[in-house]
Write a protein that binds this ligand. Structure first.
Ligand code: NDP
Ligand code: MG
Length: 383
């Protein structure tokens, strides 16, 4: 039995993690979980999974739940401190980190210190402070298991291989909601149009990131840290069907790919069962004969400047990726609220990057300061 602590249980990845657990009640148990504002789903999970610890975003919500579940012995907590308590919960063997944004950084670092293996969906953590997370995980000898489908694909392709034989990574990209539009056709696009992803059903922020191609940029930085390759050896390839989830090319020119229908439960479960596998009932199994053709195209960096920003920020390193991530988080949130246009997401990020003087090898405090000052800077642009 593997005991799981699940951060972001009410999100897209969180709910699919719950589904994986449901399919294997004799293998997995959720002993602790967090939601943000979705208290209704927290109630359902409490009844279903009988956890020992539950974290919500506000004190009021935690007190409400506490009074409803009095006598159950469940410990209720809240806020950023609560997220850390959930992440380091002593009965858990593994943390599934599926919160959105850099709010996931501190819980991840604390869980590493508490010697928990980590199934990491929260890519913003690696973008904003990859060097610290990787270094701490190495020191503590904990496993960082990728949940992001591209990184899971690469991780699967590397099983039995030596890292030194890797030549390059080829990360595939669906192109997102606006892949068939020119830049001129992006003027005036709506939030609803941006949220309409052709292949994947995901949370709002990552769906917008997919439309702007920032998601792929964040994934390039994530891959740099997880697989220890320079940016020159990480390529992005447009592949609109999302069937090949990514590939590794080796020195001898052999390329290993991982394929499957777009279903996040596969990489989630693999992170939980690694190095083993378990059956998984999915609505749709891969049928290549039915699909017939797969398409590939070179990435156009002029069409998708956010990807260019991410490569540049990654190559400069230091605090530059922290700025990229923080600016993107705020800009996307403002777009989702209808306060800025889709194309302004790019211009805001570009301005934040241009004004920043990068600091090399930043510690946690520096990262936090740069994150906060970048968010404030974007707010000043809004006024
Ligand atoms: P969602 O927006 O669907 O879910 C986010 C979760 O985090 C929810 O449980 C939400 O709670 C919680 N949350 C949000 N803000 C806070 C906060 N300030 N404090 C505490 N909890 C908070 O996101 P996704 O599931 O789509 O994505 C999660 C992570 O996984 C992201 O880093 C994303 O990039 C990555 N990922 C997602 C994929 C997908 O298919 N969705 C694919 C690959 C990676 P509530 O809703 O209750 O307020
Ligand atoms: Mg992905």
């Amino acid at each position: 039995m593997k005991y799981i602590s699940l951060l972001g249980a009410s999100g897209s990845i969180g709910q699919q993690t719950a589904d994986v657990v449901r399919q294997h009640p004799d293998q997995f148990k959720i002993v602790a979980f967090s939601v943000g504002k979705n208290v209704e789903l927290a109630r359902k999970y409490i009844s279903e999974f009988r956890p020992s610890l539950v974290c919500v975003q506000t004190k009021e919500d935690s007190q409400t739940l506490q009074s409803e579940f009095v006598g159950t012995g469940i410990y209720f907590t809240y806020g950023d401190e609560g997220l850390i308590e959930t992440a380091v919960f002593d009965k858990a063997d593994i943390l599934v980190n599926a919160v959105i944004g850099s709010v996931g950084l501190f819980p991840t670092l604390q869980a590493i210190k508490a010697k928990k293996d980590i199934a990491l969906a929260n890519k913003e953590t690696l973008v904003t402070a990859g060097h610290l997370v990787i270094e701490e995980a190495r020191k503590a000898s904990v496993k960082l298991l990728p949940v992001d489908s591209e990184h899971s694909a690469i991780f699967q392709a590397l099983q039995g291989e030596k890292e030194k034989n890797m030549e390059r990574l080829i990360i595939t990209a669906s192109g997102g909601s606006f892949r068939d539009r020119t830049r001129a056709e992006l003027v005036g696009v709506t939030v609803d149009q941006a949220l309409n992803h052709p292949n994947w059903s995901m949370g709002a922020k990552i769906t917008i990131d997919s439309a702007s191609m920032m998601n792929k940029g964040l994934e390039v930085i994530e891959a740099h840290w997880l697989f220890n390759l320079p940016y020159e050896k990480i390529d992005v390839l447009l592949h609109k069907e999302s069937i090949i989830h990514s590939m590794v090319e080796f020195h001898d020119s052999s390329v290993i790919a991982q394929l499957g229908t777009p279903d996040m439960r596969v990489p989630i479960q693999y992170a939980l069962t690694y190095p083993d596998r378990l059956p998984l009932s999915t609505s749709h199994r891969l049928n290549l004969a039915e699909i017939g053709k797969l398409h590939f195209a070179e990435m156009d960096f002029k069409r998708f400047p956010c990807l260019q920003f991410a490569y540049e920020a990654g190559k400069i390193g230091g605090t530059m990726p922290t700025v990229l991530n923080a600016a993107n988080e705020v800009a996307v949130a403002e777009f989702l609220k209808g306060k800025i246009t889709f194309l302004e997401i790019e211009t805001y990020i570009e301005q934040a990057l241009n004004r920043h003087t990068p600091i090399d090898n930043p510690d946690l405090t520096t990262i936090q300061e740069v994150d906060i000052s970048t968010r404030k800077f974007i707010q000043t642009l809004l006024k």
